[in-house]
Design a protein around this ligand. Structure first.
Ligand SMILES: [Zn+2]
Length: 431
């Protein structure tokens, strides 16, 4: 395993060195925010924090207030169109993006030239960890709408000198033809879309396994860290899958390395905390809270990501000292389903279904029947012994979740496919 880094000294730094670096950058950031960022001035002052010099060690993080998505949404509504989380005058900003709005009103975000350079560095770390370099041709199977992930992934790829190929304004077949004809070696997309492309290729008799594609970098859903989903992508493409995590309002924070043992969090550019979402106290497993360090023009301090993670701080085989999320992002805390008293993340259901290569696509329905919650898995199973596989999946689910699950075979091609974020769960109890 020949390990490649983007910033070797930082990625392999001893914990004490990393802490010093984070502290110094945090102090610089707080000084600027307290001087000119209306949103954080108000929040920090309300928490009794008025002078950056009071931030003496990372323990002082606990004195700073959390930032929640709803506050940002409310702030943008109160100060349209961009909100008040801006440290500089508007003419310092060069890019506007917005969230996909899968969970409500889209959030708008501006970046300065310096913070865009920071995005490129963060993505540089993602690519280098996957050993992607200037010899690679990266195909971006994206629509290139206003979502920051598309553009930052592209900018970061330019930064490392790779050849960037846009998959915008193309249907799946056109994308596949481009991937094959242009000799793309790396694909960036969501896990669901990587599988969808493989399905289309199979229908069209295109041989993906013989293509030049050697790596798939996925983001947007937990699939990249779900073993069954990962194996399925690797088999279909004959390529290695790398998971990446990030969000518009915080940055590109996580990546898998060649060791493929969890998702590293980029502690050179972010401060990571994990808390119990109810008590707010530090925990090893719980909600990921992130402070970014290089986006001073539109920062985010102690952001409650809403993502459930399990942290592993043990050193990694790749030599990086950055902590890892075991199994990547386990799920959205607010997407956790409670069915007959059992807590289930949709990723757990995906892990069960994807263990069966014959299972093509699936959807989850939760409803109430005779005063009882029922969880039904609708699965497209492309095999003559579909009934038998459905029974096995039902048994697995019962064993692993401790819950009886109804499994129904759906006609092939009847369930929706997703290009961006898959929405496979329909909780009818809420209607
Ligand atoms: Zn590693």
């Amino acid at each position: 395993m020949e390990v490649k880094y983007f910033q070797p000294a930082i990625e392999t730094a001893a914990r004490a060195t990393l802490t010093q670096l984070q502290l110094a950058r945090m102090q610089t950031q707080l000084r600027e925010l307290l001087a000119t960022n209306a949103f954080y001035q108000k929040k920090l002052r309300a928490a009794g924090f008025t002078d950056a010099r009071e931030f003496k060690s990372l323990d002082d993080l606990a004195r700073l207030p959390f930032t929640r998505k709803q506050e940002l949404v409310d702030d943008q509504a109160a100060h349209p169109p961009f909100g008040s989380n801006l440290t500089y005058a508007l003419d310092h900003y060069i890019r506007h993006h917005q969230t996909s709005g899968t969970t409500g009103k889209p959030l708008r975000w501006l970046d300065t030239r310096a913070s865009w350079d920071w995005w490129k560095r963060c993505w540089g770390a993602v690519y280098r960890a996957a050993s992607v370099d200037k010899s690679d041709r990266i195909f971006f199977a994206f629509s290139f709408g206003p979502f920051i992930g598309f553009w930052s992934a592209w900018a970061g790829a330019e930064e490392i000198g790779a050849l960037c190929i846009s998959g915008g304004a193309q249907d799946s077949l056109a994308r596949l033809k481009n991937i094959l004809e242009l000799g793309a070696t790396v694909i960036c997309c969501t896990p669901s879309y990587a599988l969808h492309l493989a399905e289309v290729a199979q229908k069209e008799n295109l041989d993906l396994r013989a293509s030049a594609v050697k790596k798939i970098i996925v983001a947007g859903e937990p699939g990249g860290s779900i073993p069954g989903t990962q194996t399925r992508m690797q088999d279909a493409w004959n390529a290695t899958v790398f998971d990446h995590t990030g969000a518009t309002e915080i940055g590109a924070h996580g990546f898998t390395c060649l060791a493929q043992r969890g998702v590293h969090l980029n502690e050179g550019e972010f401060i990571i905390e994990v808390i119990d979402p109810v008590t707010g106290k530090n925990a090893d497993e719980g909600e990921l809270v992130i402070t970014n360090l290089g986006r001073i023009g539109s920062p985010n301090l102690r952001y409650r990501t809403g993502d459930q993670v399990k942290l592993n701080r043990a050193p990694c085989e790749c030599g990086r000292t950055f902590a890892r999320m075991e199994g990547g992002i386990i799920g959205r805390i607010d997407a956790m389903l409670i069915v007959r008293g059992v807590n289930i993340f949709p990723s757990a259901l995906e892990a069960i279904v994807r263990a069966y290569p014959e299972a093509q696509e699936f959807a989850v329905e939760i409803f109430r029947a005779n005063e009882l919650d029922e969880l039904e898995l609708k699965i497209e199973i492309a095999a003559p012994n579909a009934e038998m596989i459905a029974d096995k999946i039902a048994r697995d689910a019962h064993q692993r979740l401790g819950l009886r699950v109804l499994v129904r075979i759906a006609p092939n091609g009847s369930l929706p496919r997703f290009e961006l974020k898959a929405r496979r769960v329909n909780d009818r109890r809420k209607m």
